[in-house]
Ligand binder design. Structure first.
Ligand SMILES: [Zn+2]
Length: 410
């Protein structure tokens, strides 16, 4: 079988189409049944991948791309080379460390690899082929996209990427706007990446606030925009203005501020701009918000450029006030576990731990992470160990079994 596959690996270049491997199958029905299947795939059919295709080229130049939080990604420009079905001329180099680790210089001969539909990759350079005129790659010290002023790039501890933090360069704002309108953030239906790029190019979108102040008559005058599509775009934007602030916070592209953290913070503020007065402690007092998120959000709300942008958004009708959706689920005082603290330990047999915690929260309890004098109730499942022992020693904790808990929350 291996020999058969190796033979075809040699012959694959003669095909008019690309193949990146073969599938080996057991053909007897009886054996197929014997092999059975996993939850995802049959065990009697398996893919055998050929070696990735490689080629050499010359590294000519490096371009720097800026992401939405300002990460600067170096991209190698190489002499075009045909590999596994496509012509490759650009390859991401990830970060500065990658360039050092591969010892890459401008003018170097490099080995390029691409397997199947995988993105191309520079395997190595060939220092032995150097002629002496190759140039060292100097990673920029300042934001390569900001032509107006020099903005120093920063690199935080534990991070691989250099960033232009809080930079107002157009490129970073463009990436932020593309994210802002996306499904993941404000979910502005029908406002795709290509529209953002087009309006940005025309000078109509400089930062996020401009999204909410578009001149629809001007858009209708563009080629390819029918009255209907402009109307739909306007409806979507007006709808997005009413979004809960958790979506807006996420849509600002603050470094390290993900969807979950945005939701947790949105629960605690009545207005987005209240965050300008928050200190680190106030953030980290929220369960699951760490100092890294805290510092990045604080930095964002200390920057007057951002504040001015948010104020502008508000005047354009964007909601910056906490909505019902942002608020934590309200619990009435006659909820069965109102005001109690609770902790689950051991194996629960009738319900999933996560579901039990949610039910407890809905019943008004606060779920704690450890046994302490703050704890009121410990629900001990099967094989409960040290936490149960500690609670018994404390003597102040009510100890329930699963059945009792189920009975209480009904
Ligand atoms: Zn920049």
């Amino acid at each position: 079988m291996i020999k058969f596959i190796r033979d075809w690996e040699i012959k694959r270049d003669d095909f008019a189409y690309e193949i990146d491997g073969m599938v080996v199958k057991v053909d007897k029905k009886e054996y197929q049944e014997k092999c059975g299947s996993t939850a995802h795939h049959p065990r009697w059919a398996t893919a055998f991948k050929f070696k990735a295709k490689q080629a050499t080229s010359i590294l000519r130049d490096i371009e720097y791309q800026i992401g939405k939080v300002g990460s600067v990604t170096p991209v190698a420009k190489i002499d075009p080379v045909y590999l596994a079905g496509v012509t490759i001329s650009s390859i991401s180099l990830h970060n500065d460390d990658f360039i050092r680790a591969k010892d890459l210089r401008l003018g170097d001969t490099v080995l390029v690899e691409r397997a199947g539909d995988v993105i191309p990759y520079i395997v190595k350079s060939f220092p032995e082929l150097r002629k002496g005129n190759e140039l060292e790659i100097l990673f920029p010290k300042f934001c390569p996209a900001n032509k107006v002023e020099e903005v120093a790039l920063i690199r935080e501890e534990g991070e691989a990427a250099w960033r232009c933090a809080n930079c107002t360069c157009g490129e970073q704002n463009l990436q932020k706007m593309i994210f802002h309108v996306s499904k993941e953030a404000m979910d502005i239906d029908g406002f795709g990446k290509s529209y953002v790029e087009k309006f940005h190019q025309l000078g109509w979108l400089k930062d996020i606030s401009d999204i909410y102040n578009l001149d629809y008559d001007k858009i209708a005058g563009l080629e390819g925009f029918g009255a209907r599509s402009v109307e739909n775009l306007q409806i979507s934007i007006e709808k997005a203005k009413k979004n809960p602030i958790q979506k807006l916070l996420h849509g600002l592209s603050i470094h390290h501020l993900g969807k979950k953290a945005s939701k947790l913070i949105a629960r605690e503020v009545s207005h987005v701009l209240d965050l300008t007065s928050w200190d680190e402690e106030k953030f980290t007092n929220i369960k699951d918000i760490g100092p890294v998120v805290a510092r990045n959000v604080m930095e964002y709300f200390k920057n007057p450029v951002n504040i001015e942008m948010l104020r502008k958004m508000e005047t354009f009708g964007v909601n910056l006030t906490q909505t019902e959706e942002d608020k934590p689920v309200a619990v009435s005082e006659d909820a069965p576990l109102f005001g109690k603290t609770i902790l689950f330990t051991g194996t629960l047999t009738t319900m999933d731990r996560k579901i039990a915690q949610e039910l407890a929260e809905k019943a008004g309890a606060k779920v704690l992470s450890g046994v302490s004098s703050q704890l009121n109730i410990l629900v001990a499942g099967e094989k409960a160990g040290s936490k149960l022992k500690k609670a018994q020693e404390l003597g102040t904790v009510e100890i329930w079994d699963e059945e009792k808990f189920a009975g209480k929350i009904i």
